[in-house]
Design a protein around this ligand. Sequence first.
Ligand code: IPE
Ligand code: IPE
Ligand code: MG
Length: 270
Amino acid sequence: MSGFQSSTRLVPDTSGVPRHIAIIMDGNGRWAKQRFLPRVAGHQRGVETVREVVRDCRKMGVKYLTLFAFSSENWRRPAEEVSFLMQLFLKMLEREVNKLHKNGIRLKIIGDRSRFDAKLVRLIEDAEHLTDSNTELTLTIAANYGGRWDIMQATQAMLRARPDMAANFCDAGKAVSFNEDDLEPYLSTHYAPEPDLFIRTGGEQRISNFLLWQMAYTELYFTDTLWPAFDHDAFQAAIQSYQARERRFGRTSEQVRSEQVRGEPVQEKK
Ligand code: IPE
Ligand code: IPE
Ligand code: MG
């Protein structure tokens, strides 16, 4: 877990492809409704878009793709829809993992697994284990994920691993000294650089408790296109928007154009 470098320290070159893309795949329900279909038909069709986006990322050389599949708030949906989404996730794992593996894709699942049934947890663990040494693309699925949950679980895990720190926490007389670098190895995305580009389909302009910590300096892109209709051209439009941006991370434009602060976005992590 060593070698973490926040992407807010070095300025990645935006003229190339983003190294890490994070997506909120929204608009499945509305896509179905427009066609007088049940909402779940939109989720089903959305899987096709996932396949296409994964294929495109691999072709383009994007190294990390993180997809928000189910938020910690999505349990509030009707029970039948929640159950359909869980079944769909399970089926996808059963059917697609071998294909992902053949294509050199490493699969990671982030989120709170405590509400998943044992069969799903086992499939997740097996899939992660099977694909662990693949290097073409790291595909992360956020399932029962929430950005606040992630920060809380990371803090708890850090204190469990560092009893010295935890003792200081409880002792009002002592200074509590830990910093971002102490916490970051415990975030659920510790193996990935921070996202360069965030895409949200479906027209809403909000983060919906996705990667709150990790997206501190991510470029944001919102499109009205509904997720099942988000095709190759729509994806390329998002990438082109990213490539036209200047990331400054607090610096001035003149500084950014000078050589000193430019660099590889972050080190490769394992
Ligand atoms: C996103 O599509 C998929 C999930 C949240 C699982 P929605 O189901 O939110 O679709 P809309 O926003 O109702 O159209
Ligand atoms: C966000 O979509 C979560 C996923 C895409 C999994 P929602 O459709 O649930 O978001 P809100 O609740 O409208 O913000
Ligand atoms: Mg939605």
